[in-house]
Ligand binder design. Sequence first.
Ligand code: HEC
Ligand code: HEC
Length: 403
Amino acid sequence: MKSTLEITGKSIYRGQLSLVSIAAAITILTGCENFNAAPVEFSQQDIVTVGDVETIELHGRVLSSLPVTLPEVDPDQAELGRLLFWEPILSGDKNIACGTCHLPEHGYTDGQSRSIGVGGVGRGVNRTVGHTGRVPRNAQSVLNTAWNGITGLGLFDPATAPMFWDSRESSLEKQAIQPIESLQEMRGESIATEGIHIEIERRLNNNSVYREAFATAFGIGTIAMKDVAQALSVFQRTLIANNSRFDQWMRGDATAMTARELSGMQEFVIAGCADCHSGPLFSDFTLHVLGLPEGTGLEAPDQGDGNFAFRTPGLRQLSLTAPYFHAGQFASLDDVIEFYDEPRKSQNPNVPSAMLDEELLEVPEMDGGRGNLIVDFLKTLDDDSFDRTIPSEVPSGLTPGGD
Ligand code: HEC
Ligand code: HEC
């Protein structure tokens, strides 16, 4: 119990230490088994403002809030992009939209281990597998992708923003074309790769609502695929969730995080999670080999010489985006913690243990309550206040989101 009082009494609650908070901390921490978390060594006094983000350096790692300034977007382009995001007309058989796999209720993912595109029926966790099976990967969230690639100091470049689990594409604009061309995701067998652009452009140019909307938003008479990609990208840059309790604490609200959560934040850094999960999105945006267990139908990523190196994912909105990892290998955050509990050897037969990332091998034991503290901290990165609007209708007259 000694460490409990040390945590609570440390400078974070300077001047605000109350009997209530001590009592609350004791009640919570008694469930904390035999793990003695180190007293929290930092306070809000250590926060440094850099441009548009608040940063804090702990054990040489930088954690940051997200920018407060929203990306600049043209409102007409964004609204057009929203319609296109939910528009099944962009898929070969007119029954799948971007929103089929990127649903607001799942933090703009789909709740599936690996996504189900062509041939699937239904939505979210209820979507059933069709004749083309599942795509090789877990759907990523599109929330905050406006900031993909952001550094601890808040610097980012939308033109080179890494996209996909293996960072094989850069920028939202280039990414947006890929699912439309992909047989399993949206194209289907009825139209060949070479034909899909012409077909989608033909459909949109034949629709007077879209012709007018593109004329207003982009000042163009004929709609081309690059304009579709741009509208989708502009819309996705409006899907922001930058006001988690962690962000609020970093911006000065001492009540936004509990003593226990701050202790979890420190454990997150001490355990080495922040060696890879750092900066405002909790990602270094580089590729690492973790040697995860492999599901069926998985492919080696396009980058990384077939060694199953994947990009560190961001850690925001995790409460909504299960299952986790590139193929949805783990259903819960507790399962994730179990994976990180002293990883020693590769669980992927194609990845020799010698290839595992060094930082991964340094992650210490998670038992005795350390893992629980870290999970509590991860939950402070949730922000429920994002835009969940699904248009009630789309210009094709098809069902928004398909099916
Ligand atoms: C069949 C399900 C499905 C559909 C439909 C789909 N996506 Fe995705 N999306 C995924 C999956 C799976 C990934 C991860 C793919 C990978 O890494 O190989 C992904 C990744 C992304 C990413 C990358 C996010 C990041 O942080 O790297 C963006 C952005 C995105 N999708 C936007 C879109 C847009 C825009 C559309 C419509 C044009 C779309 N998606 C249609 C399943 C889907
Ligand atoms: C060596 C770098 C590295 C370290 C250290 C590391 N991670 Fe990760 N983390 C990754 C990468 C890379 C992935 C994605 C791997 C994949 O899917 O193949 C990942 C995935 C995750 C995910 C799944 C996120 C999602 O959206 O699917 C969570 C949660 C997570 N890590 C938490 C942690 C925690 C907690 C720690 C510390 C105990 C930690 N990580 C340590 C690199 C790292």
